[in-house]
Every structure is written in C-alpha cells, then in structure tokens.
Design a protein around this ligand. Structure first.
Ligand code: ACO
Length: 334
C-alpha cells in the first residue's frame, strides 16, 4: 500500500528504538525479523532470551542482533521500580507493588519509553487495549498542550470524491467512551496535529453531531457545540467547525444549504465523533460497507508514542504499526 510505503521510508530515514513487550509471541518474532531486515527500527524484545531464540529457530526467522531483555533480570529493573514508585506513590503504590508491576513486560516496556531507553512501544497481539493504555496513561501521560489521549483511524475509501481524495482521519474510535466537551476539543486538536505532522494533510476538522448549526437542540448537541468553541479558542490557527451533520461535513451541495458560512463544511477530511459508540460504529460501517481500508487504531496525545495491535493481527500488521510508531517518535515535541 502506497501510504505504508511512505511510513517505511520515513522510518528508515531516522531509525528509532521500539520495544515489543510481547517478545515471546510468535507474530512478534516474525515481525521482528522483517523489521530488522528492512531496517525500519531498532527493536527490543521483552521476554526470556532462550525461549525467544528457540522460537525464532523453529520459525526459521533471523532475529540475530536484536536486543532481548527479561524484565525481572534486567540491570534497569531497580531503577524502573523506584521511578514507578515515585510516579505512583500518591496513588497508593508501595515499593513492593511497584516491583510486582514492573516485572510485567507491559509496565517494564512503558518505563523504558518513559526513561528514554526506548523511543516507542507496540503491543496488543495478546493484551487488550486497556492493558496497553493503562500503563501509558499512568506513566507516559499526555504531550504538552494535550489533555486527553485518544486514537485515530486512517480511512482510505475507494472511488470517493470526499475528504482528501477518499482519505480521512476518524477520531476517537477506540479510547474515550464518553468524552466531555473539553476532552472532545482536545481530541479534535490532537487529530488535526496528527493530520498535519504525520500525513502532510491540510486538516479540515468537522465536529460531528445529528444537528448542523442549531438545526436541533439537545444536550448531546450542546456538548459538541461547546467542544467546538473550546477547540477554536485554544487553536484559532486550525480549521475546526461544528456542530455538523455528516452530510454537511462531506458534501459541498449540502454544506451550501446547511452551513454556508463554514470553511470546513463540504470539505472535511478529519471527522471527530461525539463519543466512542458513534466513532467505533462509524469506522466499522465505512470499512465494511464502503470497503474502506482502516488503518488503526493509532494512539495520539501521549508524550511518547505507544500503540495497540488487534489481537487478530498478522506479523505484517505489527511491522506496519512499528513503522508508524517510529515515525511518531520522530515527530515528538521535546
Ligand atoms: N487521556 C488522558 N488521561 C486519561 C485518559 C485519557 N483519555 N483516560 C484516563 N486517563 C488517566 C486518568 O486520569 C488516570 O490518571 P491517574 O491514575 O494518574 O489519576 C489514569 O489515566 C487511569 O484512569 P482510569 O479512569 O482509572 O483508567 P481506566 O481503568 O478507566 O482505563 C481506559 C482507561 C483504559 C482508556 C478505558 O477508558 C478504556 O478501557 N477505554 C476503552 C478501550 C476499549 O475497549 N476500546 C474499544 C476497543 S478498540 C477497537 O475496537 C478498535
């Protein structure tokens, strides 16, 4: 796919260190061999070195030279434990609990990213979305100017005249079940930044609702309207508008009728959904009924990149998410 090729090229141009906490898992091992061969990232696998090497042998893949760390036996274990304790002691974490938690590769890997021993993390072939997000939210926290971690999908819709020639970013379809107006504003700003920095898009951000510019009154609509105001106040440089119905956001003719003053309506290429139910259903509808390619969910808003995989992912999917994470790491604002 053209888009992934671009990410591969970018990742190769400035190689970043990416940690894979599920290092003993088969698809991670196969993916590691591909990442190494293609030079997409410098990988660190977490797990038992003997187990990983013997699995690689069984699978007949070359992971020679890839660093393997067993959390419990790492020289950094006590540093990470102390640091995790410092970060979470006001939440009731004891040193004993910290040691137990940091032995978990998800927490160990997250501490590596936090302390700069890795530039990013990719996991989720075995773990759930929550297993990945929780350590990230507790340890890595949000990027400067962003209050809410969220996620986006790149949607590539075939034969589509809308958006950027059928390309869209959809958010949030995977993290925040019911964002407040403030959180929704933060999600919109993050996604606009992602569109610019990661995809060289000129973002036109539609805050979606079942109402366009006051055509309906409801507390759900109030939330989207308030989120739009907040986002515009915080970032007057961005093109964000709402509340807009989906047709007004995409279709110029409808936009001319329903929102003639809007510079986003009819041209939107970034769609912000009011909650997780609409976002998750929305991307799956477009994926299944319009046969769109859906790349994601990719996390955004973290101070450093960590990304989730679907438990049904292939080794190739892992390779692609590693490449995207590496490119996100190149774009981190220090
Ligand atoms: N952004 C920033 N910080 C956050 C966010 C956020 N979006 N959400 C929670 N936090 C912070 C909290 O403030 C808290 O911080 P603190 O402990 O330092 O005070 C910490 O993160 C933990 O928050 P909790 O609310 O206790 O975390 P919770 O256990 O509820 O988990 C999670 C948060 C994992 C994001 C949860 O909201 C979740 O499970 N979301 C849905 C994930 C999901 O199932 N998605 C659908 C599947 S994916 C797909 O289909 C493509």
């Amino acid at each position: 796919m053209e888009l992934m090729k671009k990410f591969w090229e970018k990742a190769k141009a400035d190689v970043k260190k990416i940690v894979l906490p599920e290092g003993e898992e088969e698809r991670n091992i196969i993916a590691s061999a591909i990442v190494k061969k293609e030079g997409l990232a410098e990988l660190i696998l977490l797990g038992n070195a003997e187990k990983i090497k013997s699995k690689a042998k069984e699978l007949n893949v070359d992971i020679e030279g890839i660093q393997i760390i067993d959390p419990a036996f790492s020289q950094k274990f006590s540093t990470y434990t102390k640091e995790f304790y410092e970060l979470r002691k006001n939440k009731g974490i004891t040193m004993e609990k910290s040691e137990k938690m940091v032995k978990d590769p998800m927490y160990f890997g997250t501490m590596m990213v936090k302390l700069g021993d890795a530039d990013g993390l990719v996991s989720g072939a075995i773990h759930t979305t929550g297993d990945l997000l929780r350590p990230g939210l507790q340890v890595i926290k949000t990027a400067p100017g962003i209050t809410t971690v969220s996620s986006f999908f790149v949607m590539l819709v075939p034969d589509c005249e809308y958006g950027s020639n059928g390309m869209f970013l959809f958010s949030d379809c995977a993290v925040n079940p019911n964002p407040t107006a403030e959180q929704l504003a933060s999600i919109a700003i993050s996604t606009a930044e992602t569109a610019k920095n990661l995809f060289d898009m000129d973002p036109k951000v539609a805050m979606l609702s079942f109402s366009t510019k006051g055509s309906a009154e409801h507390e759900f609509v109030d939330k989207v309207r308030r989120a739009t105001e907040i986002a515009k106040e915080l970032r007057p440089d961005l093109q964000i508008d709402g509340e807009l119905q989906l047709d007004a956001a995409l279709v110029k003719k409808v936009a001319a009728q329903k929102a003639p003053e809007s510079s986003v309506a009819g041209l939107a290429n970034v769609l912000i959904f009011p909650d997780l139910q609409s976002g998750n259903i929305g991307y799956k509808l477009v994926q299944r009924l319009a046969k769109a390619e859906a790349i994601g969910p990719i996390c955004q808003g973290f101070a450093k990149p960590i990304n989730d995989l679907s438990r049904g992912c292939s080794a190739e999917d892992i390779v692609n998410v590693v490449a995207i994470t590496a490119v996100q790491a190149q774009n981190i604002i220090k």
